[in-house]
Design a protein. Structure first.
Length: 502
């Protein structure tokens, strides 16, 4: 009992907190063993034999979309800013409908294991390879930021060092996903979403019960401080939170994140039929929007709570506000609930999607063409290990950075996401042909996006980061279309000349 009391004093956690965390991790281990025990090939390992129930696919998709970045990254937005981030979900909802009826039918038509196989069928292998490489770059860096955010939160709550926390998350994710594959990811993802809601509602109710005046008191203080602003109809290209910019970014950003990112689309490809996959994606609107709003409101309530309790210490960095509040204010049980939600969110990493893209798009066609399924399954698990270590290294590099972690992930994603979305749209809405020209347009667009982001961050160009995906998409699509027209006319001209000479 004495040792337990000392440990409790160091971390601020009690028996019920550790109990909830241990039970959550045991559930994770059981699902990984149960779902991965009879996997025999990569079709099962990456697609779960397309036998996923709609409700599991929906909740798992939301868990991947939300991630630890929402759990620890959105409350600081509500704490320091307002609710204008919700404008993005108007465009995001529209994007999901577009993906459901434009993207998903094409992926099921070619029975894709990864969505970049569509690029091979539509254009050629060069476009497929380029798309896969862009996915690796985008997902590794953006997920590295996510992993850093989760590790930072747990390190604050547990009193651990950041490197030790990162290593613990990495080992857990590698073991869990390396053995369990996509089926383990899907079923634990459904459990994670339930935990996200439980933790968010628990914190919100606790805050309302400890704010003077309850709901009306919180509303009045937040309203006077401008924290309840949802819509911003100003015209300011440098501000990503104005309505028109947010809508455009919601449409293009969500199409890029959900329609051209293997991590997100892999969940939808595990459904048996195209209709089930479409239904799943539409249902995510009703599941993810309230969850995001909940954590934004938690941030707003935290602002009100600390306004009414100015004597309570606050963290030096607003990114730690939820973690700090959890460890210094929340009672036993609620601390464990928040901690479990963050830990589970951090383990739901992109390792399965990175592995599936590497094996399907790179390893099979380029490195080992005639391997057995047993060999490919073994290499899939080895690639999970390698990508897990890469993610940990990128997350460790983030520790020396600064700025809003939540926005940093979006900025990193924006550099290459526009290129991916542009080439997918080029293949889906036109009948033009092109292969190597797509590689040129994608690389040109990514370079231009990187330059725009640099100029924006330095204050040289007043362009909000949310426009980067829009610009990148338009540039990639436009360049590919123009070059395909030129190429077609040049080929026709050459044929005419050869005919006349003949």
């Amino acid at each position: 009992m004495e040792e337990t009391a000392v440990f409790e004093k160091i971390t601020g956690l009690g028996f019920w907190d550790y109990g909830l965390l241990v039970l959550s991790l045991l559930f994770l281990a059981f699902v990984a063993w149960y779902k991965g025990r009879d996997e025999e090939d990569t079709h099962d390992y990456f697609l779960g034999k397309r036998k996923t129930p709609v409700w599991v696919g929906t909740l798992s998709f939301v868990a991947t979309e939300i991630s630890a970045m929402t759990i620890v990254g959105i409350p600081p937005v509500g704490f320091t800013e307002n609710l204008q981030y919700m404008q993005f979900f108007i465009g995001s909802a529209l994007a999901r409908v577009i993906i459901a009826f434009l993207f998903i039918p094409a992926f099921y038509k070619f029975s894709c294991t990864t969505i970049y196989e569509f690029l091979k069928h539509r254009f050629g292998v060069e476009t497929q390879y380029c798309g896969s490489v862009f996915f690796f770059i985008t997902r590794l860096f953006a997920s590295g930021v996510r992993l850093y955010a989760a590790a930072l939160a747990v390190a604050v709550i547990m009193g651990w060092s950041l490197p030790a926390t990162l290593m613990g998350f990495t080992v857990a994710a590698i073991l869990f996903i390396g053995f369990g594959g996509i089926r383990a990811v899907l079923w634990t993802g459904a459990f994670e979403t339930i935990m996200f809601y439980a933790a968010g509602l628990g914190v919100a109710v606790y805050l309302l019960c400890h704010i003077n005046g309850g709901f009306s008191g919180a509303y009045n203080i937040a309203h006077e401080a401008g924290k309840l602003s949802i819509f911003n109809f100003a015209w300011d290209p440098a501000n990503p939170n104005v309505f028109w910019s947010a809508i455009l970014n919601g449409v293009f950003g969500s199409m890029a994140s959900f329609g051209t990112d293997q991590e997100m689309m892999q969940r939808l490809l595990t459904l048996e039929t195209r209709r089930e996959s479409q239904k799943t994606l539409i249902l995510t609107i009703a599941a993810s929007v309230p969850l995001t709003a909940l954590y934004l409101i938690v941030g707003t309530l935290l602002y009100v709570f600390y306004q009414q309790n100015p004597g309570l210490p606050q963290p030096e960095n607003a990114d730690k506000i939820l973690s700090h509040f959890t460890i210094t204010v929340l009672p036993a049980g609620l601390k464990g609930l928040v901690l479990s939600a963050i830990v589970l969110a951090s383990i739901d990493s992109p390792l399965s999607s990175l592995s599936s893209s590497f094996i399907t798009d790179i390893y099979r066609p380029l490195i080992r063409k005639n391997g057995t399924e047993k060999h490919y399954l073994m290499m899939s698990r080895i690639s999970v290990l390698v990508f897990g270590l890469l993610l940990a290294f990128i997350a460790w590099l983030c520790a020396s950075g600064s700025g809003r972690m939540f926005w940093l992930a979006f900025k990193i994603n924006g550099v290459t996401a526009g290129s991916l979305l542009g080439v997918f749209l080029f293949g889906l809405v036109t009948k033009c042909h092109g292969n190597k020209i797509n590689v040129v347009s994608m690389m040109t667009s990514a370079f231009a996006a990187a330059v725009i982001l640099y100029l924006s961050e330095k204050g040289i160009a007043k362009i909000g980061w949310s426009w980067i995906i829009v610009i990148g998409t338009a540039l990639t699509f436009g360049l590919s279309w123009i070059m395909s027209v030129v190429q077609r006319r040049f080929s026709a001209s050459s044929v005419d000349k050869d005919g006349k000479n003949g």
